[in-house]
Ligand binder design. Structure first.
Ligand code: HEM
Length: 500
C-alpha cells in the first residue's frame, strides 16, 4: 500500500516536473504570442465551449493584439484577428500555415482525413483538390450552371407563389440548395418533396449542430477509445448513415460509368481516375481509391450545401429587414434582366444586387472561424514564433467587423463595394475574406458566387418579399457554434411582381 502510494506520488511528481520543463523550454525557445492566463491542461475551456467564441476572441485581441494564444485541453491554439496577420500567414508564408490539425470529430467525419477539407497539406490533398477543382469548373462552362439553377428554382418559386400564409423562407431555401447540389453531385433531378433528399437534409442539420457545439473527444482524444460520450456515439451512428448514402450513390455511378460520358461531379472524378489508368500513372491511381473519392463527394456536397443555404437565408433576412434595398435591387434587375431569366451574361451589370450579396457574406457569418489551419513547420506571424504543428484559427468574424476597414461595421451597407458610378469596385476591402485566402482558399468560390447571385436575382425578379404586416425585424442573430451565425427565425410573405 505504502509502495503503491509512493509510486503514484513519484509518477505524478515526475509528470509535473516533465511538463514544467517542457513549458519552460518552449517559452525560452519560442517567442509565443500573448494570451490570458489559464489553469494548465484545463485551459480556456469557457471560451472554447461558448457559442460566441469568435466574439470573445475578438474582444481579447483588443487587449493582446491581432495574434492571440489560447489553450484548449493540452492544445495551444493561435487566433489571427486582423487582415495583415492573416495575409502574412496564409499568403506570404506560402504553405507554412496550409496544414490541418487532427481532431477526433474531423477525422471521423472524413474517414481518417481522406477528404479535401480536413486532410493536411500533402501530395494526396493536392491531387484531390486539383481534380475536384477541375470537376467544378466544368459547371462554369457554357450555360450548364444557369440552366440547372433556373430549372431547380422554377419548381420552388412556383410552390412559394402558392403560399397564402406567412412562411419560413428557410424551409424552401434549404431544400432548394440541397436539390441543386444533389443534381451537381449525383446528376439526378428529384421531385421537390422527395423523401430521400429530405432525410439527407435532416441528417445534415443534425450533424452540423453536433459539430458546431464541439466534442469533448476533440480536446481529449483518448476519451473516444476508453469512455466515449453519448454524443460521440450518436455522432458515429449519423456518420454511418451518411456514408451509406454516399457509398450507394458512388457505387451506382461506378457500375454505370461510360468513359467519355460526363453526367455529373462523380463522373468527373471517375474520368480523372480513368485518365490516370490510361496514362499508367501508378502514383495517382494509388491516391484515387474509392474511399478518397467518396470523401471528395462528401466534401463538395456538404461544404457547398450548408454555406450556400445559410447565405441565401441571410440575404432574404437582410432584404426583408431593409425593404428599400430590396426595391433598389429589383429596379436594377428589371433594368438589366427585364423579363428574361437572370443568367451569367447579366452578372457584370447586377452591381447593386451583387454588392448586397457581398455585404451579406460579410455580416452573415456562415464560416465565422473558418476551418482550422495547422503550421507545417516552425514559422512566424505578426512578429511571434508559431511552432510546427500549432493549430491556427482565422477569425473571419473579427476581420469582417474591423472598423479600420468597415466604417460602422454593424451597418448593412452595399456602397462599401461600389464606386461613384455604382459599379463594383475592382477590388474588395482588404479585410473582406469570406472564402479565406492562400493555398486553402475555398474550392467552391468560383461556383458559389455566380450561383448565389443568380438565385438572389431569380427570387427578387419574381417576388416582392416582405415580413408579415405588423411584424418588426428581429435583430438578434442565432449562434450555431464555432463562429457560425444564423439569422433569427423569421417568416415572410411573397407577392408576384408581375401581377397587376
Ligand atoms: C457562401 C458560400 C461559401 C463560403 C462562405 C465558403 C467559405 C469557405 C471557407 C472559409 C473555407 C475554409 C478556407 C480555409 O481553410 O482557410 C472553405 C473551404 C472549402 N470550401 Fe467553401 N465556402 C462556400 C461555398 C462552397 C461551395 C459551394 C463549395 C463546393 C461546391 C465549397 C467547397 C469548399 C472546399 C472543398 C473547401 C476546402 C478547401 C481546402 O481545404 O483545400 N465551398 N470554404
Amino acid at each position: 500500500m505504502i509502495n503503491w502510494s509512493l509510486n503514484t506520488q513519484t509518477i505524478l511528481a515526475s509528470l509535473s516536473i516533465g511538463l514544467l520543463v517542457y513549458y519552460v523550454i518552449r517559452r525560452i525557445r519560442y517567442r509565443l504570442p500573448p494570451g490570458p492566463w489559464c489553469i494548465p491542461l484545463v485551459g480556456h475551456y469557457q471560451i472554447y465551449s461558448s457559442v460566441e467564441i469568435h466574439k470573445k476572441v475578438a474582444e481579447l485581441s483588443k487587449k493582446y493584439g491581432p495574434v492571440v494564444r489560447l489553450s484548449f485541453g493540452y492544445n495551444t491554439w493561435i487566433f489571427l484577428n486582423e487582415n495583415d496577420v492573416v495575409i502574412e500567414a496564409l499568403v506570404k508564408k506560402k504553405a507554412d500555415f496550409a496544414g490541418r490539425p487532427k481532431f477526433s470529430s474531423d477525422d471521423a467525419f472524413s474517414d481518417g482525413g481522406r477528404d479535401i477539407v480536413f486532410s493536411t497539406y500533402s501530395p494526396t490533398w493536392k491531387l484531390h483538390r486539383k481534380i475536384a477543382g477541375k470537376a467544378l469548373r466544368h459547371y462554369l462552362q457554357g450555360d450548364l450552371l444557369e440552366n440547372m439553377i433556373q430549372d431547380n428554382m422554377d419548381k420552388f418559386l412556383n410552390k412559394m407563389a402558392q403560399e397564402k400564409e406567412p412562411f419560413a423562407f428557410k424551409n424552401y431555401v434549404d431544400l432548394m440548395v440541397f436539390h441543386q447540389l444533389y443534381t451537381i453531385c449525383f446528376g439526378e433531378k428529384r421531385p421537390i418533396d422527395d423523401p430521400e433528399v429530405k432525410a439527407l437534409l435532416t441528417l445534415d442539420e443534425e450533424l452540423i449542430t453536433y459539430l458546431g457545439a464541439g466534442f469533448l473527444e476533440d480536446l481529449f482524444p483518448y476519451l473516444k477509445d476508453i469512455l466515449p460520450t453519448a454524443k460521440w456515439k450518436k455522432f458515429l451512428i449519423m456518420l454511418d448513415q451518411l456514408s451509406d448514402v454516399l457509398r450507394a450513390k458512388y457505387k451506382e455511378h461506378v457500375d454505370t460509368f461510360e468513359p467519355g460520358v460526363n453526367r455529373d461531379f462523380i463522373d468527373s472524378l471517375l474520368m480523372a481516375r480513368q485518365e490516370a489508368k490510361n496514362e499508367g500513372d501508378e502514383s495517382a491511381l494509388e491516391k484515387l481509391d474509392d474511399r478518397h473519392l467518396i470523401q471528395t463527394i462528401s466534401d463538395i456536397f456538404l461544404a457547398g450545401v450548408d454555406t450556400t443555404r445559410f447565405t441565401m437565408d441571410w440575404f432574404i433576412y437582410f432584404m426583408t429587414r431593409f425593404p428599400e434595398l430590396e426595391t433598389k435591387c429589383q429596379e436594377e434587375i428589371d433594368r438589366v434582366v427585364g423579363s428574361e431569366h437572370p443568367s451569367m451574361k447579366h452578372r457584370n451589370n447586377l452591381d447593386y444586387t451583387e454588392a448586397c450579396l457581398f455585404e451579406t457574406l460579410r455580416l452573415g457569418g456562415v464560416a465565422g472561424l473558418g476551418v482550422p489551419h495547422m503550421t507545417m513547420c516552425d514559422s512566424q506571424v505578426g512578429g511571434y514564433d508559431i511552432p510546427k504543428g500549432t493549430t491556427v484559427i482565422i477569425n473571419h468574424w473579427a476581420l469582417h467587423h474591423d472598423p479600420k476597414f468597415f466604417k460602422d461595421p454593424e451597418k448593412f451597407d452595399p456602397y462599401r463595394y461600389l464606386d461613384e458610378n455604382g459599379k463594383m469596385k475592382p477590388s474588395r476591402p482588404d479585410s473582406w475574406l469570406p472564402f479565406s485566402a492562400g493555398r486553402r482558399v475555398c474550392l467552391g468560390e468560383t461556383v458559389a458566387k455566380p450561383e448565389l447571385l443568380l438565385m438572389c436575382a431569380n427570387l427578387l425578379q419574381r417576388f416582392e418579399i416582405r415580413l408579415p404586416i405588423g411584424v418588426k425585424p428581429n435583430p438578434n442573430f442565432r449562434q450555431l457554434g464555432f463562429g457560425t451565425e444564423l439569422p433569427p427565425e423569421y417568416k415572410i410573405i411573397v407577392r408576384e411582381r408581375n401581377e397587376s
